[in-house]
Design a protein around this ligand. Structure first.
Ligand code: OXD
Ligand code: MN
Length: 585
C-alpha cells in the first residue's frame, strides 16, 4: 500500500512511535478520510464529540433534569447485537482456530475486508483511539489502538477503556522497547449486514471490523481485543483472559475474598457484580465490592495465587430487566453521564425498558409511538454504556496495578432443568471439566434464536480466539507444583419448576450462595458428594423468598438424569477430540 501525504488536520507529530504513524498513514491511504483526529481522551474532546453527534442526530438528548449528561443512540434496526456468524478467527493453520470459531485464511480475509475498507472513510473523520486495557500502570494491562470512523465508538471507548494521552504514552514507551500494540481497524461502512465482517488475526495482533456499529462488534477493546486476541496472547504468555465478572465479598470480620464468575452474555453478570446483600447480611456487616462485570484477566502470582484485573473501565450492560429490585446499584450508576442504545423513551424523555417500572413508554427503540403490537418497547439487547467509577459499589481495588487475588471461580449457565443451584468441583481438573461442559440457553446478546440450549464452555464460546481443545489444556496447565489455585464452583440461578416459574429468587438472594462459596473456601461449610459435584448440606442455604419444596428441588440433584447429561457432554467434547486433553476425554 502506498503512503499518502497526511491530511492537513492531522497534528504534525501524530505519535512519537513511527510504527503507529506508519499504520495510520497506511489506513488513511486505504480508507481516504477527509480528516484525521488523534484522540486525547479529554473532557473537551468528549464534549465536542457529543455536540457533533447531537447536531447530526446520532445522539438524542435525554431529560437533563432527571438524567444529566445522558444521551440515546438508536442504531440501525439490523445492527443490534454481536454477529457470531460473521466473526472470524484468521490463523495460518485452520486447526489453530478450532471448530469453535469460524475460520478464514489470513490472506483471503485481509483481501475480502480491505476491499470493503477501500475508500470507506471518504467524507468522514478517521479517529485514532489509543487505549489501555487495565490500570494504566499495571504490568498485567495491555494496550491497543482503534482506528474508527464512528464518533459513537470513540465516545463509548472513552467510557469503556482508559483512552487518550496516558495510553498513548504507554504505547510509545512499550513500542520503543519493541513491544507491539493491538491494531484494531473499524468502520461502520454502510451498516449493510451483507457487507459486514469481524475479523481477528491473532498472529498479527490485529482486528478488522467492518459494517457494524454495535458495541461487541465495534468497541474493539472489548470482545475482539480483551477476549479473542487476549486469550491467544494469554495462552502464549501463561495467563487467562476470561468472560468473567470480578467481585469482592467482604465479611463482617473485614476479610475480603475476590470471586471471578463466568456466565454467558445477558445471564446476569452485571447484576451479580453489583449485588446488594439482603438486609440481614448488611446488618451483620457483609459488603459486595465491584471490580468488573464482564472480563477478567488472571495471572499466576509469585505467591502461587491467581491475580486478576478487570481490563475494562466501564460497563456496557443490558438494560431490560434492570430495576430498583434487580440491580439498584446499576440504576444509580446510570443516572448521569451515560450513553443509552436502543432503549425506549417516556413522554418526558427519560430512558425506559421492560422491567424498569410500570410507566408506559411513549416511543419505542426505533422512535415509533409505542405500540405493543410492534414487540417490546426497548430492544431486548438495548444497552447502557457508563464509567465503572459511577457505580456505588465500585471498588478502588479495580485500579490496583497488582490486581486482586482470586479465591473462587464460579461457572454458571441458564439451565431450566437438572443443574442445581450450586455445587463445588472436587478439584481443579474437575472444575475445568465442569467449565468445559457448561451449557446455557441463548439470549438476545447475539443475533439468532433465543432460548436454545447450547454448550458454552467457560462462557467463552463466542470469544475464545483459539481451539477449545488447546484452551482446556491451557486451563489444566495451571495446576502445577506451588500453585494455590482458586476453588471452582458452578451455579444455576435459572432452574424452573414444573409450572415454568423460576425456583430460586435470584438477585440479592444470590448472596446466600456466595456466602456458602466463601464458607467452603474458608473451610466453614461441609458438603456432600454427588454425581455432579459437592452439594450444600440440607439447610446450609435457605431464603425467605424460596419455599421449602422449591428449595429442596433447586439445591438437589437428580442422579437419574445424570447419565443422559454426561452422554450429551461427551458428544460435545467429541468436536474437540483432536486436541482434547486426556483428562477431559
Ligand atoms: C457483552 C456480551 O456485551 O457478552 O458483554 O455480549
Ligand atoms: Mn459479555
Amino acid at each position: 500500500m502506498n503512503a499518502v501525504p497526511r491530511p492537513q488536520a492531522m497534528p504534525a507529530s501524530g505519535s512519537r512511535l513511527a510504527a503507529l504513524n506508519d499504520w495510520v498513514d497506511e489506513v488513511a491511504a486505504l480508507t481516504r478520510p477527509d480528516r484525521i483526529h488523534w484522540c486525547d481522551g479529554s473532557d473537551g474532546e468528549y464534549a465536542a464529540l457529543v455536540a457533533g453527534m447531537l447536531a447530526d442526530g446520532t445522539l438524542i438528548e435525554l431529560n437533563q433534569d432527571t438524567h444529566p449528561g445522558c444521551y440515546l443512540h438508536r442504531s440501525d434496526p439490523d445492527d443490534v447485537a454481536r454477529v457470531e456468524h460473521l466473526t472470524f478467527v484468521c490463523t495460518r493453520e485452520r486447526d489453530d482456530a478450532g471448530p469453535n470459531n469460524h475460520w478464514m485464511a489470513p490472506d483471503e480475509a485481509h483481501a475480502k475486508v480491505d476491499a470493503l475498507f477501500e475508500g470507506c472513510m471518504r467524507g468522514r473523520t478517521l479517529y485514532v483511539v489509543p487505549y489501555c486495557m487495565g490500570p494504566i500502570d499495571s504490568p498485567l494491562a495491555r494496550c491497543g489502538v482503534e482506528i474508527t470512523d464512528s464518533p459513537y465508538v470513540v465516545a463509548n471507548m472513552r467510557l469503556m477503556t482508559r483512552t487518550g494521552a496516558a495510553a498513548l504514552a504507554r504505547i510509545e514507551r512499550e513500542g520503543a522497547q519493541g513491544k507491539p500494540f493491538v491494531r484494531g481497524l473499524h468502520s461502520t461502512g454502510e451498516l449493510d449486514p451483507d457487507r459486514r465482517f469481524i475479523m481477528h488475526f491473532p498472529e498479527e495482533l490485529s482486528i478488522k471490523s467492518y459494517g457494524s456499529g454495535y458495541g461487541g462488534n465495534a468497541l474493539l477493546g472489548k470482545k475482539c481485543h480483551a477476549l479473542r486476541i487476549a486469550s491467544w496472547q494469554a495462552r502464549r504468555e501463561g495467563w487467562l483472559a476470561e468472560h468473567m465478572l470480578i467481585l469482592g465479598l467482604e465479611s463482617p470480620e473485614g476479610k475480603t475474598h475476590y470471586v471471578a464468575a463466568a456466565f454467558p452474555s445477558a445471564c446476569g453478570k452485571t447484576n451479580l457484580a453489583m449485588l446488594i446483600p439482603p438486609e440481614e447480611y448488611r446488618r451483620k456487616g457483609w459488603k459486595v465490592h465491584t471490580i468488573g462485570d464482564d472480563i477478567c484477566w488472571m495471572h499466576p502470582g509469585e505467591d502461587g495465587r491467581l491475580w486478576a484485573i478487570n481490563p475494562e473501565a466501564g460497563y456496557f450492560g443490558v438494560a431490560p430487566g434492570t430495576s430498583a429490585t434487580t440491580n439498584p446499584n446499576a440504576l444509580a450508576t446510570i443516572r448521569r453521564d451515560t450513553i443509552f442504545t436502543n432503549v425506549a423513551l417516556t413522554a418526558d424523555n427519560q430512558p425506559w425498558w421492560e422491567g424498569l417500572d410500570d410507566r408506559v413508554p411513549a416511543l419505542d427503540w426505533q422512535g415509533r409511538p409505542y405500540d405493543p403490537a410492534n414487540g417490546p418497547a426497548a430492544h431486548p439487547n438495548s444497552r447502557f454504556t457508563v464509567s465503572a467509577k459511577q457505580c456505588p459499589s465500585y471498588s478502588p481495588r479495580a485500579e490496583d496495578a497488582r490486581g486482586v487475588p482470586i479465591s473462587a471461580i464460579v461457572f454458571g449457565g441458564r439451565r431450566a432443568t437438572l443443574m442445581p443451584l450450586v455445587f463445588e468441583a472436587r478439584d481443579w481438573a474437575h472444575g475445568v471439566r465442569v467449565g468445559a461442559s457448561m451449557g446455557s440457553e441463548t439470549t438476545a446478546a447475539a443475533t439468532g434464536q433465543t432460548g436454545v440450549m447450547r454448550r458454552d464452555p467457560m462462557a467463552m464460546k463466542p470469544f475464545c480466539g483459539y481451539h477449545f481443545g488447546d484452551y482446556f489444556a491451557h486451563w489444566l496447565s495451571f495446576d502445577r507444583p506451588g500453585a494455590k489455585l482458586p476453588r471452582i464452583f458452578h451455579v444455576n440461578w435459572f432452574r424452573k419448576g414444573s409450572d415454568g416459574r423460576f425456583l430460586w429468587p435470584g438477585f440479592g438472594e444470590n448472596m446466600r450462595v456466595l456466602e456458602w462459596i466463601v464458607g467452603r473456601v474458608e473451610g466453614r461449610h461441609a458438603a456432600r458428594d454427588s454425581g455432579v459435584g459437592l452439594l450444600p448440606l440440607e439447610g446450609a442455604i435457605v431464603s425467605p423468598d424460596c419455599a421449602a419444596d422449591a428449595l429442596a428441588a433447586v439445591t438437589g440433584f437428580d442422579e437419574t438424569r445424570w447419565p443422559a447429561e454426561q452422554a450429551e457432554i461427551a458428544g460435545h467434547m467429541e468436536a474437540y477430540r483432536e486436541r482434547l486433553p486426556a483428562q477431559l476425554g
